[in-house]
Design a protein around this ligand. Structure first.
Ligand code: ZN
Ligand code: ZN
Length: 324
């Protein structure tokens, strides 16, 4: 089977000339204690052979690691440091065995970030070199996957759902009820993004885009609502408008809705600071179950810090939440 030609669509490139199937041995110099890395190529070393044949020179202090070398340990009796002694020989046997006997003790270079990392830093890939490991380390793999497959992690999902819940509570009472009929007329019964005609009676096919997202503390108002098809809205989600709409669409949107063009076209999100933070805190701490309160305090504190809203808190709330 011919290998599919790899097209790099991630913008994350591999570095040429890195022999990524090669195994490395890493050892800590017994004299200066610095880490050294030795490429051993595509065949893993046999520990018995390593003891007999390996001569590894520390690249920092030039100490030679070989069973012919005397040991440098000051806390050992001189006679045990002597390479002719049984303790020294036993030490060297152990030294080379640790470095070579188990595939898990080998290292490998990532051809994306170039770090030499232990075996366990690479995911399994059968039949690729002696270590049967992927060519990129797991951190690089994570970055590449994030580009190829922007599905958010569970934790991010959780984070963002917590944020949305908090934002929704902050905004409760400030949201307006949207008149669907008016919204459809305003947007000529089409998805604003895709221009697909939409049917007001098929509620599952369309959605109201919260143009300036609630995540940044903007309530849903008639000026802050756009008509989108369900799928377009799924792509929009909590994105800041300028990250989803083109410049022409932003101008058009401001025209249709009366939204502030400078705000919606800002390259970076602008937090809505005109919101009443203290009322939001009050609402967020209204819990039915007493046991929920400590969790809520942690959540609200975190959000207030992340959103940099501490200054807007009343002194009473600052004390209540434990802000200095
Ligand atoms: Zn050294
Ligand atoms: Zn890497």
């Amino acid at each position: 089977m011919t290998r599919r030609k790899t097209v790099n669509i991630t913008g994350i490139t591999r570095v040429e000339g890195i022999p990524y199937h090669d195994a490395w041995v890493a050892y800590k110099c017994v004299k200066c204690m610095k880490m050294n890395y030795v490429i051993v190529g595509q065949i893993l070393l046999d520990p018995k052979e390593a003891i007999e044949k390996c001569v590894w020179k520390c690249e920092y202090c030039r100490f030679i690691h070989s069973k012919e070398s005397d040991l440098p340990f000051e806390n050992w009796l001189d006679e045990y440091n002597d390479s002719e002694s049984t303790p020294a020989l036993r030490f060297w046997e152990g030294f080379f065995r640790i470095a070579t006997e188990h595939p898990a003790s080998y290292w490998k270079q990532c051809n994306v970030c170039l770090r030499v990392l232990p075996f366990s830093a690479f995911s399994k890939h059968s039949k690729w070199g002696p270590l049967e490991k992927q060519m990129e380390c797991r951190s690089c793999k994570g970055a590449i996957n994030a580009v190829l497959n922007p599905r958010r992690t569970k934790e991010q999902m959780h984070e963002s759902s917590v944020r949305r819940r908090i934002a929704d509570l902050f905004l409760e009472g400030e949201n307006q009820t949207i008149d669907f009929q008016e919204l459809f007329e305003r947007f000529s019964r089409r998805c604003f993004k895709t221009k697909t005609p939409l049917d007001i009676n098929k509620r599952e096919t369309w959605a109201i885009d919260h143009i300036l997202p609630s995540k940044f503390l903007y309530p849903l108002t008639f000026n802050n609502a756009a008509l989108l098809s369900k799928s377009a809205n799924e792509n929009k989600r909590d994105k800041w408008p300028s990250k989803f709409y083109t410049n022409n669409e932003l101008i058009e949107l401001a025209r249709i809705t009366g939204a502030n063009l400078a705000v919606i076209s800002s390259p970076n999100p602008i937090m809505n600071l005109s919101i009443d933070i203290n009322r939001g805190v009050e609402r967020y701490l209204q819990v039915r179950e007493k046991s929920d309160l400590p969790k809520r305090i942690i959540e609200i504190k975190k959000i207030i810090q992340v959103y940099d809203l501490v200054a807007g808190l009343s002194n009473e709330n600052k004390t209540l939440l434990g802000f200095p």
